[in-house]
Write a protein that binds this ligand. Structure first.
Ligand SMILES: *Cc1c(COP(=O)(O)O)cnc(C)c1O
Length: 222
């Protein structure tokens, strides 16, 4: 169960070419696999289940930046807030308010990404664009302990590259639009998280600056 270091180096250099951050998605993989990649210099790791995140964070070095990438339930927010470097999947107003509330109790401001629904599948979580714009305009008032750092999206699971490209281009354009309007005076809105093992090169070509890659590095999951 060792990660493919050769492949990791290749993906890392593709990310470096566009100054994108590589999040190594270690969900379901043992701590030994994370340690092996940590020894090579990887510091950003992604998990999608809270109990697994809590357990791994307790066993691994403190300077790891943990990314909570999956759908997050509100009753688990309290456990995530002290650990997470970045919460990627903010997909409802209630979740957003809960993150801000729990963060304010700990006295810290948590960074998060708004998940936008770009795929054609019904099942993928996320806001639509008008909802996000409306929420963003209220930031700093209703939720003051959550800092919106950018957007996250997942493309349709399909082998048709033209569909995936269109979805990534669409999200990228929306991100740029928000940057030049709502966040014109806020340099912290700087993250576009899109791209996974199957589609990260396309995502980078479409302007992603954070990719979440699991199976290409760690091998297939059960
Ligand atoms: C599992 C997961 C990934 C990584 O998927 P791979 O195809 O293994 O690279 C990326 N993003 C999210 C939200 C995930 O749940």
């Amino acid at each position: 169960m060792t990660p493919n270091i050769f492949k990791w180096k290749e993906i890392r250099s593709e990310c470096e070419a566009t100054s994108a951050t590589l999040v190594a998605v270690s969900k379901t993989k043992p701590v030994e696999a994370i340690e092996a990649l940590y020894a090579e210099g990887q510091r950003d790791f992604g998990e999608n289940r809270v109990p697994e995140l809590v357990e791994k964070a307790g066993q691994l070095p403190q300077d790891i930046r943990w990314h909570m990438i999956g759908h997050l339930q509100r009753n688990k927010v309290k456990q995530v807030v002290p650990i997470a470097h970045l919460i990627h999947g903010i997909d409802s107003e209630r979740l957003l308010n809960e993150i801000s509330k729990q963060a304010s109790k700990t006295g810290r401001v948590v960074d998060g990404l708004m998940q936008i629904h770009i795929a054609s599948e019904e099942s993928k979580y996320g806001f639509d664009e008008s909802e996000v714009r409306e929420l963003i305009e209220r930031r700093g008032t209703t939720f003051d302990h959550l800092k919106i750092r950018g957007l996250m999206g997942m493309a349709t699971f399909t082998s048709d590259e033209s569909i995936v490209r269109a979805e990534f281009e669409h999200l990228s354009a929306f991100y740029k639009n928000l940057r030049s309007t709502c966040f014109k005076d806020d340099p912290h809105f700087d993250t576009l998280s899109m791209g996974m093992s199957g589609d990260y090169p396309l995502a980078l070509a479409c302007g992603s600056n954070m990719v979440r890659v699991g199976s290409s590095i760690f091998g297939a999951r059960n």
